[in-house]
Design a protein around this ligand. Structure first.
Ligand code: ADP
Ligand code: MG
Length: 303
């Protein structure tokens, strides 16, 4: 049995039309992590999630959830995971309360153990418990789906593009709640094509591109492996052009501000500043700029 929350081996999906959406994915999502699956639209994120949810049939490989193989032990696998789908699908003629009660029934949660109102309160929908779901805003529907995914108290919560259609304030509330769940021990997986979201929330990130995992590491490590760093130097006189000797990655702005991009794996700031001094320039001010996740992402998903 796997000690990972989710373990995926050689996962393949070729859709009926011939599109190979997943090309032999290997991925371990550690228990207790807040894990980001980051990738551009069409990368294969939802395909992977929908296979775990039992909504899409894989065409190869294997996956287990909380140690339960999705083929050999589908019921236990399903009980171990709650999934908030990318598409907002549910019955518009049920109230949020009824929606959750129905879902609890499907999972066989005994009446005495149901937490319907508690969950509605947690996602700030208690005052909407008895209105028709079709009258809810997009953000409220998303939060109702989060409550629905949690009804059977699964150890793993997966959110597929959770911020689509959710306004900024409610997004914050949603994140606060997700963080609380994570602190309480729930393993959280979220897919997103927003870098800032993954960078801000996730302790680990896997980057998916064209059906393949192209990076998988701690967020901090991914950030530090981005090679480029910038040194922004204000010099003591106006320049007409970038002085020779500063390399072809130097840019001049406003006559006095030089932006010097260098690969921190092969050079350091001291060497860059020495080159400025060697060009006969005095330095008035210096600041640095690290690569952010966007740089890593662009580097790795460049076609
Ligand atoms: P993501 O969630 O990362 O945006 P998807 O998993 O939705 O990516 O899609 C991956 C690829 O599979 C895309 O090229 C998409 O067009 C294709 N695809 C997704 N669902 C289907 C489907 N039901 N039938 C055929 N192709 C599909
Ligand atoms: Mg998707």
């Amino acid at each position: 049995m796997s000690q990972s929350a989710i373990a995926i081996r050689g996962l393949e999906k070729t859709y009926a039309g011939g599109k190979r959406a997943l090309k032999g994915i290997d991925l371990d999502i550690p228990r207790g992590s807040m894990f980001g699956l980051l990738g551009p639209n069409g990368a294969g994120k939802s395909t992977m999630i929908n296979i775990l949810a039992g909504l899409v049939n894989k065409t190869g490989g294997s996956a287990d959830i909380w140690g339960f193989d999705i083929d050999a032990h589908p019921r236990n696998a399903k009980r171990s995971i709650g999934i908030v789908p990318q598409e907002l699908v549910f019955d518009a003629f049920f109230t949020p309360f009824e929606t959750l009660e129905l879902q609890a029934g499907l999972f066989g949660v005994p009446k005495s153990e149901r937490r319907t109102m508690e969950l509605l309160e947690a996602v700030h929908l208690a005052d909407k418990a008895h209105v028709y779901s079709r009258t809810l805003s997009g953000g409220m529907k998303r939060r109702l789906l989060v409550a629905k995914a949690l009804i059977h108290n699964p150890p793993v919560l997966v959110l597929d593009e959770p911020t689509a259609g959710v306004d900024i304030e409610l997004r914050q509330q949603l994140w606060d709640y997700v963080r609380t769940l994570h602190t309480g021990g729930t393993t959280v997986v979220l897919t997103t094509h927003y870098l800032e979201e993954a960078e801000a929330l996730c302790d680990r990130i896997a980057i998916v591109n064209q059906g393949e995992i192209v990076a998988n590491d701690f967020t901090s490590v991914l950030l530090s492996t981005a090679g480029d760093k910038k040194l922004i130097v204000t010099v003591d006189r106006d320049l007409a052009e970038v002085p020779a000797g500063l390399g072809d990655r130097a840019e001049l702005k406003n006559g006095r501000i030089l932006t010097l991009t260098y690969d921190k794996r092969t050079r350091n700031a001291g060497q860059v500043l020495a080159a400025v001094a060697a060009a006969g320039l005095g330095v008035i001010d210096v600041s640095t700029q690290e690569a952010d996740l966007e740089d890593v992402f662009l580097e790795l998903t460049r076609a």
